[in-house]
Design a protein around this ligand. Structure first.
Ligand code: ZN
Length: 291
C-alpha cells in the first residue's frame, strides 16, 4: 500500500510537471569574458527572456581571461534550445568549438548579442555563424562589408578594418525584411534609445538575411551608410539571430531592443514567433523605455 501511494504520488508529480517542461524552451546564456559589463547585462538578458514565459534560462560563466581552466569549459549545448552569446574573450578549446559547430549544424539556435560579434576572429565557423563581425584584427580577409543601398543588400569588398562606432546616440532602425517572422507586425521605422551604432562590420556574410538597418550618420562619425543592426543567418540546419544593439543596461531598456531580442530568441529556438507586438513598441519619433 505504501509503495502504491508512493508510486501514485510520483506519477501525479510527473504529470503535473510535464506541461511546464514541455512548454518552455531551455536557454543558455554564455558569459564570463567580455570588454562589456557582462555581470550587469546577463541578468537583464535572463529577465527579458524569462518575461516572455517561453524560456527557462541558465547561465554558463566561462573562467576569466588567460585562466588555464578555460580549456575545460564545455557547456552541454545539446541540452538547450537556444544559446545566447554574451561572450567576447579568449578562444575556446577545439573540442568546445567543434561541439558548438555540431550543435548548430544539427539544428541548434543561437543569439549573438552586441559584442559577442567581436569574439573569436580566427574561428572561421563562428564567423560564418555571426555573418559579420568587428574589431580584433578583422579586415578584408574576413569578408565584405554588408550595407543596404537602393533597396537591397550590397556586399562591399573594398579593403579596410572591421568594426567601429561613434558616440552613443538615439537612432532610427528601419525594417528591411518585413515578412520575416521576427519582424512581422513591427513598424517600418522605430527609434532605438541611446546606444552604440555599429558600422563597418564585415565577415563571410553567407546565408545571411538583413532584417533591419540604421543609418550611420557622419555627424556621429558614422560611415554614411545604412548598416545592418538585426540579422539572421542559417548555419547548417541551425538558426542564428544577431542583434548589434544593447551596449549596456540603459540601452537594454529600449523597447525596440527588448522586443526584437525576445522575438529573435524565440525564432532562433523554434523557427517561429508567437509573441504579439506590444502596445509600447516605438515609432520613429520617440524612444520607448521600460524599467
Ligand atoms: Zn558596446
Amino acid at each position: 500500500m505504501k509503495n502504491t501511494i508512493a508510486r501514485l504520488s510520483c506519477l501525479a508529480f510527473s504529470i503535473a510537471a510535464l506541461p511546464t517542461f514541455a512548454a518552455k524552451v531551455p536557454a543558455l546564456i554564455i558569459d564570463g569574458q567580455n570588454n562589456h559589463d557582462w555581470k550587469a547585462t546577463t541578468p537583464v538578458l535572463q529577465r527579458l527572456l524569462e518575461d516572455t514565459g517561453l524560456f527557462t534560462v541558465e547561465v554558463a560563466t566561462a573562467p576569466p581571461a588567460k585562466d588555464a581552466k578555460l580549456a575545460d569549459f564545455q557547456p552541454d549545448f545539446a541540452k538547450y534550445g537556444v544559446i545566447v552569446m554574451n561572450y567576447n574573450g579568449d578562444m575556446w578549446s577545439a573540442a568546445t568549438q567543434r561541439a558548438l559547430e555540431g550543435y548548430m549544424k544539427g539544428g541548434g539556435g543561437m543569439v549573438i548579442f552586441h559584442a559577442a560579434d567581436n569574439s573569436f576572429t580566427p574561428w572561421q565557423a563562428y564567423n560564418e555563424m555571426i555573418g559579420v563581425g568587428g574589431w580584433y584584427g578583422r579586415n578584408e580577409q574576413s569578408g565584405p562589408y554588408v550595407r543596404w543601398r537602393d533597396g537591397r543588400q550590397v556586399l562591399d569588398f573594398k579593403p579596410g578594418p572591421a568594426g567601429h562606432h561613434g558616440p552613443q546616440h538615439e537612432f532610427v532602425v528601419e525594417t528591411r525584411t518585413p515578412g520575416h517572422p521576427i519582424m512581422q507586425g513591427l513598424p517600418a521605422k522605430w527609434l532605438q534609445a541611446k546606444d552604440e551604432l555599429y558600422d563597418f562590420m564585415r565577415g563571410p556574410a553567407t546565408n545571411l538575411t538583413v532584417l533591419a538597418t540604421a543609418y550611420a550618420d557622419t555627424k556621429f562619425q558614422g560611415s554614411g551608410e545604412h548598416e545592418p543592426q538585426l540579422l539572421v543567418i542559417r548555419y547548417g540546419q541551425g538558426r542564428v539571430f544577431h542583434t548589434m544593439l544593447g551596449h549596456g543596461p540603459d540601452a537594454m531598456k529600449s523597447v525596440g531592443f527588448i522586443v526584437t531580442l525576445q522575438r529573435g530568441t524565440e525564432w532562433a529556438a523554434t523557427g517561429k514567433v508567437t509573441q504579439k507586438v506590444p502596445a509600447d513598441f516605438p515609432g520613429p519619433d520617440k524612444v520607448s523605455l521600460r524599467n
